[in-house]
Design a protein around this ligand. Structure first.
Ligand code: SAH
Length: 343
């Protein structure tokens, strides 16, 4: 059964008309879901009982069941573990900083990219999430925040999965996040992170969306990148970088590169210098993320001095560099870690 949150307002209007109802009923359903926080069709009391029954017979709502939440010790990160209708599990993370409420959403169960350091890809791709399963992650967290007088204001596609490999659902979910009758979150507050799928990057550049695009770079050359990211075999680094520049030109968005620092693998002076010469003079930001340990992986987080030295080399080369100590370390908030824990 299709999730009601998979439908754009226009497609719900069309459904109403096909089913002998007035199109404006779609707006009422949208209001119940996205403004009034209804949690079932039953609660949509200004709709006739017959229409509520018709909707319940045609659509799944809600599609996500909350299994549990985990809050980090500093209270800045809350992880939500969801169960889907088929029993599979995904997670989202709410990140709270002084001024922002950001939700990190998943777009797939598992991940086809299988990066060496990442928990999400350990078992490969299990399935894509539907548009509604992506949208509901934000819907339920937004409802939770509203009880405290707050709202979700930023969304990042940095949870489980590779957005470019579930392209249509991701783009549709973005249009719902952006829609005035749904979340009204502006495109500049939505970020898609990709492992580097050239045709996906080019396609996204041509959408009527100007979301921020981040590339998970993790290495300064194709040889090392292939060791860390098996998916890199499909797309040479040079081609990915050119696609990122086309994206930036087309959408007028700045480019961000993410670089997960792994001790003795990609964190040396040599890699830092190579990265500096690769990016020198380019309008971009490098976001350094020290590796967040994942059970069963024999990788290590670099020492603080190594991270500092790496950063300084980039800064000295005039490259805009940020350094993020992964939030929510104590609750396994790195991508995919919670969904892999049992129970
Ligand atoms: N597939 C997409 C989005 C998911 S991963 C992509 O590859 O970009 C998003 C980011 O999570 C990656 O850039 C990586 O930096 C980070 N990440 C995942 N697992 C991590 C870990 N164990 N430690 C540090 N960063 C991690």
């Amino acid at each position: 059964m299709q999730e009601i949150c998979s439908l754009t307002l226009e497609s719900l209007q069309a459904w109403m008309e096909r089913n002998g109802e007035k199109a404006f009923r779609a707006g009422q359903v949208y209001d119940w879901i996205y403004t009034h926080g209804a949690q079932s069709f039953e609660q949509m009391t200004n709709l006739a009982k017959s229409l509520r029954e018709k909707l319940a017979g045609a659509f799944l709502f809600p599609a996500l069941k909350l299994v549990r939440t985990l809050e980090s010790e500093d209270g800045e990160t809350i992880k939500f573990l969801w169960e889907l209708a088929d029993g599979k599990r995904v997670e989202s993370v709410l990140i709270m900083s002084a001024s922002r409420r950001t939700v990190c959403v998943s777009c797939q169960v598992g991940c086809p990219a299988r990066c060496a350091f990442c928990a999400s890809g350990k078992e490969g791709l299990l399935r894509n999430l539907s548009t509604g399963e992506i949208v509901e992650q934000v819907l339920h967290i937004d409802r939770y925040l509203k009880t405290k007088g707050e709202r979700v204001c930023h969304i990042v596609f940095m949870g489980m999965g590779e957005p470019m490999e579930n392209y249509n659902s991701v783009v549709e979910a973005i249009s719902i996040f952006n829609h005035p009758k749904a979340f009204l979150i502006s495109q500049r507050r939505i970020t898609v992170s990709t492992v580097g799928v050239v045709e996906g990057i080019d396609k996204l550049a041509k959408e009527d969306l100007s979301v921020n695009l981040v590339l998970s770079l993790h290495a300064p050359n194709q040889h090392l990148r292939k060791k860390i990211i098996p998916y890199a075999r499909k797309y040479p680094l040079e081609e990915i970088l050119m696609a990122m520049e086309r994206y930036a030109k087309e959408t007028k968005r700045d480019i961000t590169y993410e670089y997960t620092l792994l001790a003795d693998l990609n964190d040396g002076r040599e890699e830092a210098e190579e990265l500096a010469s690769l990016l020198r003079g380019k309008q971009c930001t490098v976001n350094l993320i020290p590796y967040n340990p994942v059970d069963g992986l024999r990788l290590r987080r670099p020492a603080k001095e190594a991270i500092e030295e790496f950063r300084e080399i980039l800064v000295d080369a005039g490259i805009n560099t940020t350094w993020r100590y992964t939030k929510g370390k104590d609750i396994a908030a790195a991508c995919g870690q919670l969904a892999l824990q049992n129970g």
